[in-house]
Write a protein that binds this ligand. Structure first.
Ligand code: ATP
Length: 234
């Protein structure tokens, strides 16, 4: 079995006095797409933030390419090659598409060139001089993913990239995730939409009360639909 690119073991996270993650355990291999699935408030977003080093306090182990990241700053973690696209997308509303793409620091050599980002998202090229505020929800999401590709990260943490988007845009985002996987990138995706997750992922980790309670390979998802519906409360 290939070595894990990211290995999370016994991860606890706290916001002040609130203890949110209670010993998360999971791993992702190089080139895989994995999802964190679970109900609202289960701790999925907090897990991404804890991997990135932007929660109040973390305990346990998050090892990336064999290096322990607990104790490192989020800046150092980003430079190791992990990038985070938050649910609220994190683009600069007052800057245009081109400026948004040129602004992020290229934290590793080999950040994706802007032209390659336009090949993935042709819409963005036609909107080059449009401000962030003038973009549709789908275009904003594409720009947000484009920005993190500029960093040269090889592990992408995507928080609900399809939320609130029309089905045709959701399909486009799915196609891009599959292309990024073909390019060798590794992706950890937080999703509420299991049907979308099943079109892109290799495996699903089920999160409940700040722990991973099950892992379902995507190939076995169909056979486990009843179980998944119970976990997700749908
Ligand atoms: P959702 O899809 O609703 O975002 P989630 O599984 O991503 O769900 P989290 O956002 O990780 O869940 O939230 C887990 C718990 O942590 C929730 O009870 C939430 O209220 C709490 N929480 C989140 N952010 C903070 C914060 N900044 N301070 C205190 N508690 C927080």
């Amino acid at each position: 079995m290939a070595e894990a690119l990211l290995k999370v073991a016994g991860l606890h996270a706290f916001y002040g006095e609130s203890h949110i993650l209670h010993g998360m355990d999971f791993e992702i291999r190089q080139g895989e797409v994995a999802t964190l699935l679970g109900r609202n408030g289960a701790g999925k977003t907090t897990t991404l933030r804890a991997i990135m080093g932007i929660v109040g306090q973390r305990q346990g182990s998050v090892s990336f390419e064999g290096t322990e990241t607990i104790g490192l700053t989020s800046n150092k973690i980003a430079k190791m090659g992990i990038a985070y696209c938050p649910e609220e997308r994190g683009i600069f509303a007052s800057l245009n598409v081109e400026e948004n793409l040129l602004l992020p620091p290229v934290v590793k050599p080999g950040g994706m060139p802007v032209e390659e980002i336009f090949e993935l998202f042709p819409n963005l090229k036609t909107r080059l001089y449009s401000q962030g505020t003038k973009l549709s929800g789908g275009e904003q999401q594409m720009l947000a993913i484009g920005r993190i590709l500029r960093t040269g990260a090889n592990l992408l943490l995507l928080d609900e990239p399809t939320e609130g988007l029309a089905p045709v845009i959701v399909q486009q985002i799915g196609a891009v995730i599959r292309k990024l996987k073909e390019k060798g990138l590794t992706i950890l995706l937080v999703e509420q939409n299991f049907h979308f997750a099943a079109t892109v992922a290799d495996r699903h980790y089920i999160v409940e009360h700040g722990r991973v309670i099950d892992m379902i390979p995507n190939a076995e998802a169909e056979a486990n639909l009843g179980k998944l519906h119970t976990y997700l409360g749908v």
